[in-house]
Design a binder for this molecule. Structure first.
Ligand code: AGP
Length: 608
């Protein structure tokens, strides 16, 4: 998704903007640009491609010299990735903007503006906002923003320069995230905290339809009527280190290694006297006793964490769980009852479909629980109950540690729910919680013992046209995540299949040498899965088996075996996911892909 930054102060603005944009690269982008006040004029530089391309261009053409400006990384929605479509966009002589989001009624507005003599150079919805703002501007920035915001529909965060107001930036948001950073003699805007953390940890969260006015003397906020707003200053608890690579080749592998710590930090504060305790998050045993049905709604990896939640909650707490893809849930008229609990899982807390799904659930009277990693994000703020996962910033587009902490929370919730419903005693609940607390050490072991093997096996995957992931029960839920991880960063087609379903059609895809990754960590289902593995093996598949360290594997079952530490059957996903992440990582590295920023993808999907 697009990234926005802005700077007012005494530093070299071009440098600040580019370095801040680098910290937003994880959001995904296909072009970049900056606009800086230079001797009373706004100098814009843009380039299709990476920030390196923009920097190369500025080396050649000269970079804008000044202390005030805005910058942008674009993830194309309206119009192809190109220099002309990239931001910042001018709206005429008076206005230059950067934008994250989507303007839904841009066609109507464009027609109106064309009728009023305006001409457009790009295919973007953003240029329409720029032109409209310019059209509405008569020297009063707040008045022009108010009028423009009353005309546009959709989601947006905007950074705005008015040509006659050198030394000032205006910013406004509706739905799309935006923060305002402050330090002595300088201020910033950004789509996310990592962009500014090298300069300041102090920031304000801009709310829906609030306008920020930034100068080097400080920032002020007002609503659309120009009424002053006082806001709470926040202090980021992320170190700059946490937002950087720390010696690893890629963020993804760094984040895989951070999983033990992330789980510890997420789980430990939620345990009291050996029992899961989510009271502080607004979830009490008394409330859980009343829950009749659970919906888990999320996208991508977060939805796969929800699948793990479904299997464990239904098994241990006997509460029916429906897992939905957020973009389906919001339009399929789901049957939600007042006693239902709707759980939204999201790393970023800004995923447009998940946010809309949560709002829908609330409007239908259900209680919503958000499991979110990004502090202060929209989903976190709007949910009735909230459990923060403490994974720290996840920068790689491919989610690893966020998934791991999401499933940790699923376990905590499942244990507490099973106890509340009377299906396990407090003693059993404590034993399960103890086993969960031992998981960080087991994840560490798994990384150590499987890393090199996964690297070797990845060499055998790099030329595959397609592969299958199979498993039963929790292993099937895990297969879905393993398959998504591989395809998003290696660009090799793969599918996850319930092992028992193969013979109903998919087995016809198996050809000599086709890699099949079989996950068989569930002891109770092991023999059944092995039968399915033999079926694909008999048809020529190259089988890579992920099983526990004690599993007895017949000589004819697999070509490669990846063994992971054994723990309780229901907790096996927490170790077994690690080799699936590593296989995807090394396959992507060996294919020479941009591991952390895979093509066409964005970290935070803030548009529908
Ligand atoms: C996972 O590797 C992907 N980047 C993607 O599926 C992601 O999990 C999904 O877009 C949901 O994001 P969220 O957790 O920020 O809501």
């Amino acid at each position: 998704m697009c990234g926005i930054v802005g700077y007012v102060g005494n530093r070299d603005c071009s440098e600040v903007l580019v370095s801040a944009l680098r910290k937003l690269e994880y959001r995904g982008y296909d072009s970049a640009g900056i606009a800086v006040f230079e001797s009373g004029k706004i100098n814009i530089k843009k380039a299709q491609g990476r920030l390196d391309d923009l920097e190369d261009k500025m080396k050649y053409e000269g970079k804008p010299c000044g202390n005030v400006g805005i910058g942008h990384t674009r993830w194309a929605t309206h119009g192809v990735p190109s220099e002309i479509n990239s931001h910042p966009h001018r709206g005429g002589d008076k206005v230059t903007i950067v934008h994250n989001g989507i303007i839904e009624n841009y066609k109507e507005l464009k027609e109106m503006l064309i009728k009023n003599g305006r001409t457009f150079v790009s295919e973007t919805d953003t240029e329409v906002v720029a032109q409209l703002l310019d059209f509405n501007y008569d020297g009063d920035p707040v008045g022009a923003l108010r009028k423009t915001l009353s005309q546009v529909e959709g989601s947006f965060a905007l950074g705005v320069l008015f040509a006659d107001r050198e030394g000032e930036i205006y910013a406004v948001r509706r739905e799309s995230p935006l923060i305002v950073g402050v330090a002595e003699g300088e201020s910033f805007i950004a789509s996310d905290v990592p962009a500014i953390i090298q300069y300041t940890k102090k920031y304000y969260l801009l709310e829906h339809d609030e306008i920020a006015h930034l100068t080097s003397d400080g920032v002020s906020f007002c609503d659309l009527n120009g009424k002053h707003i006082s806001k709470e200053l926040k202090v980021a608890d992320w170190s700059q280190d946490a937002a950087e690579k720390g010696g690893y080749d890629h963020y993804m592998i760094k984040e895989i290694h951070e999983q033990p710590t992330s789980v510890k930090t997420t789980v430990t504060p939620r345990i009291s006297d050996g029992m899961p305790s989510l009271d502080e998050c607004g979830i009490t045993v008394d409330y859980l006793k009343k829950v009749k049905q659970i919906h888990i709604v999320a996208c991508g990896t977060a939805m796969h964490a929800g699948m793990v939640g479904k299997y464990i909650i239904e098994k241990l707490a006997k509460v029916p769980v429906i897992v939905d893809i957020a973009s389906e849930f919001r339009y399929r008229e789901p049957l939600i009852h007042k006693d239902d609990l709707v759980i939204i899982i999201s790393q970023s807390g800004e995923t447009a479909d998940s946010l809309a799904a949560m709002r829908l659930a609330k409007s239908m009277g259900a209680k919503t629980l958000a499991i979110v990693n990004a502090k202060g994000s929209s989903i976190a703020r709007e949910a009735d109950m909230l459990i923060y996962t403490h994974a720290g910033p996840e920068i790689a587009v491919a989610s690893t540690k966020a998934y791991m902490v999401q499933i940790s929370v699923m376990y905590l919730l499942c244990f507490e729910l099973a106890f509340a419903k009377g299906y396990i005693t407090d003693g059993e609940c404590c034993r399960l919680t103890d086993a969960l607390c031992e998981i960080p050490a087991l994840i560490d072991d798994t990384i150590d013992t499987t890393n090199d093997l996964c690297h070797e096996i990845a060499e055998k995957l790099i030329d595959a046209d397609s592969l299958l992931y199979i498993g039963r029960g929790l292993d099937y839920a895990l297969s879905m995540e393993g398959s998504l991880k591989l395809k998003e960063i290696s660009y090799i087609h793969s599918e996850a299949y319930a092992a028992g379903e193969l013979k109903h059609g998919t087995i016809s895809l198996i050809t000599e040498g086709m890699p099949v990754i079989a996950v068989a960590t569930q002891t109770s289902l092991y023999d059944k899965t092995v039968s399915n593995i033999k079926e694909v093996k008999a048809r020529g598949a190259m089988v890579i088996l992920v099983c526990d360290e004690k599993a007895e594997v017949g000589a004819d079952v697999a070509d490669h075996i990846i063994r992971v530490p054994k723990t309780l059957e229901m907790l096996m996903p927490m170790t077994a996911i690690v080799p699936l992440q590593l296989l995807a990582y090394y396959t992507s590295v060996l294919r020479g892909n941009d591991v952390d920023k895979p093509r066409n993808l964005a970290k935070s999907v803030t548009v529908e």
